[in-house]
Design a protein around this ligand. Structure first.
Ligand code: DP6
Length: 361
């Protein structure tokens, strides 16, 4: 290290949004490397909402790697954090900050320790894909700090080892996680299908049914499904490969009718797999079911889909409206069926232009 002083600190801050799968990842073929049993496709949310902000710092005065999540220190000893740290460190290159007189060589990174502080602006582990934004930001900010010269897809393969869905948050817009074939996971990575501008009519609204932590984590839920659900095998081999092609086509052509049909069907099949697991896993609740009915009835009465719904490993609804006008109507309907300050336990996060709140009156 060129700088003789122990007093310097080098800092990088990054912000990464979460992503919502419209064709779900559920099931691993390799638990350690986090290799999935099928491809998946997601949409990355706007960075202003539902995101993780992470600051990483390095200093010769740090005597161990440490991490804080939402202000509370957490252990970094878990295998997933260690895998990401190891992969990033092994790709670190020289860093020089002339102003501060700091020079860090590739070899120095093996000896230096990092401090990491991460904040989610939404409830952690409540089925709002907090691990996706979290690990994507963890990997991205460390890669910037350590001057890792890899493209986003290569970084996505590292983030994948933190949490599968995290690999998709390295890109904006529509993203596909290719399951890959290699045993070592080198080809299991994310690619961008279309950027954020491609289909900007869509408005995504997250109806927060419950911000409590889920009872069954995605990790253990999908392990149980792989071990016990025959429907999962059928889904991975027969259903998803066709759906992926259809979804890519729907996204390319901005075909909302196909997009909505595929998104809702895939969410429903994922929850059917959860029910087919032994013991069964219930992520949705009565409020979630009521939201599905409202959307289904509306779509049927219009003759063509207006809104798509999808639910991850929790009861919260992610609703995708075909445009702003529909989003305003959707919000109006939600406020009608779930009046504020009632017992309905529904408060909403809005993604997209906030003025739709006013449009809804
Ligand atoms: C239902 O990525 O959280 O949200 O890889 O074990 O960390 P691990 O699981 P995680 O699972 C996400 C599951 C899902 C579907 C999806 O995002 O594709």
């Amino acid at each position: 290290m060129a700088s003789e002083s122990q007093n310097w600190v080098l800092v990088v801050t990054a912000r990464t949004p979460t992503n919502i799968a419209v064709i779900k990842y559920w099931g691993k073929r390799d638990e350690k490397l986090i290799l999935p049993v099928n491809d998946s496709i997601s949409v990355t949310l706007d960075p202003d909402h539902l995101c993780t902000t992470t600051t990483v710092a390095v200093s010769p005065s740090f005597d161990q790697d440490r991490m804080w999540l939402n202000g509370k220190e957490i252990s970094l000893s878990g295998g997933r954090f260690q895998s990401c740290l190891r992969e990033i460190r092994s790709r670190a290159s020289d860093v020089e900050d002339k102003e501060k007189g700091i020079k860090i060589s590739k070899e120095d990174w093996e000896k230096l320790h990092v401090h990491i502080a991460s904040y989610n602006n939404f409830p952690t582990a409540a089925g709002l894909a907090s691990s996706a934004a979290g690990f994507a930001c963890f990997v991205f900010s460390l890669a910037k700090l350590m001057n890792v010269n890899e493209d986003q897809s290569k970084l996505s393969a590292i983030a994948r080892q933190g949490s599968g869905s995290a690999c998709r948050s390295l890109f904006g817009g529509f993203v596909k996680w290719i399951m890959g074939k290699d045993k070592n996971g080198s080809d299991s990575l994310a690619v961008q299908l279309a950027d954020e501008e491609h289909w900007d009519d869509l408005v995504i609204l997250v109806a927060v049914v419950s911000s409590r932590q889920k009872e069954t984590s995605s990790t253990s839920g999908m392990r149980e499904s792989v071990e016990t659900s025959l429907l999962l095998q059928h889904r991975a081999k027969e259903v998803v490969p066709k759906r992926i092609l259809q979804m890519e086509e729907a996204i390319k052509n901005r075909d909302f009718a196909s997009f909505a049909q595929l998104t809702c069907a895939d969410s429903n099949q994922f929850h059917a797999v959860c029910l087919d697991t032994s013991p069964p896993i219930f992520y949705m609740n009565d409020t979630s079911h009521k939201i599905i009915s409202i959307v289904e009835k509306w779509n049927r009465s219009e003759g063509t889909p207006q809104v798509a719904y999808t639910f991850d490993a929790g009861p919260n609804a992610v609703l995708i409206a075909r445009n702003r006008k529909v989003a305003a109507l959707l919000l109006q309907r939600l406020l009608f069926y779930f009046p504020p300050n009632s017992d309905s336990d529904l408060n909403s996060y809005i993604h997209g232009d906030k003025s739709i709140l006013q449009d809804a009156g």
